[in-house]
Design a binder for this molecule. Sequence first.
Ligand code: SF4
Length: 351
Amino acid sequence: MTVSTRVDLALLGIRGTPPVNRTGGAGPSDDGHLLIDGLNAAIPRNPNSPFIFDGDRVLFDGVDAGVEVATIGRPRFYDLTTDDGVPYEQIAKLHGADVLATTVVQTCIRYAEDQRCRFCSIEESLRSGATVAVKKPEQLADVARAAVELDGITQMVMTTGTSNGKDRGAKHLARCVRAVKAAVPDLPIQVQCEPPADLVTITDLRDAGADAIGIHVESLDDDVRRRWMPGKATVSLDDYRAAWAEAVRVFGRNQVSTYLLVGLGDNPDEMIAGAKELADTGVYPFIVPFRPHAGTLAVDVDHAAGPDPAIVEKISREVAVHLQWIGMTGSEQRAGCAACGACGVLQNVGG
Ligand code: SF4
């Protein structure tokens, strides 16, 4: 499969519903999860896509698109429920073939319409009843144990909506990490949160047992940040830089990552330069195409379209070359989105 077909799939998506899929949620969502060329792939579900997933193959214009695709079976832990009747599937989801992912607090102080990130639908899955607002540490421990034992998951991602406190939600994350590590000590965990106001919180997360951390900025351009993420843009880029530096000190080089979303309006060359700079400081810049999906302001209000495939490919390729040059790859992260890689194409081009 060519890289451009992989980019087209990432942007145009597929018609059809793979057994492992998700609807709304934090970050990119509303996708089906497959293995493409042996790598995790989170592909948007799009009823208008020219690509059809027929359960075994990806077809284009009725003809096999030449994509080496493997279906991921519905995980067995989805059939379990907690003692108080909460389905495990509402507590954490399978992403890709082997990642357990959860949003420990499914609400966000920035979710007012004039504050929220315009690409995010974190509270929509809560409204639809697909998940619960706050995941208890002991629930996550039970689900993680089951997902390891029944489905062989190899890593876990814990993200959170931003809370009102100075820790921005990190304290609850730390409690959840501790509980999961007590249940399955060998399971690598990545935590994701905004830069905490008090940087010692980053050490608290590491001490709790987190193996990697994502501090996601999405754009390095303040105009883009104000337009797309008015709430989050009140946290300055300097605060992000300080948090990344502290995280690299605490977690180590290439155990810290950030999302850079292609398609919000960043100048591509500036994004490439910014990504290289981040990588040089030890932060893996996970290049991810912006994915318009229903339930977000970007689609429901702005009618925003996804990025130009050629730009996604150019940025991914140039950043991947630099990552190879400095010896940094996503697969070397102990856990997390960069290790999984499904939401971008960076790993497909060697990053
Ligand atoms: S990259 Fe992150 S959000 Fe995307 S499928 Fe993998 S773990 Fe989930």
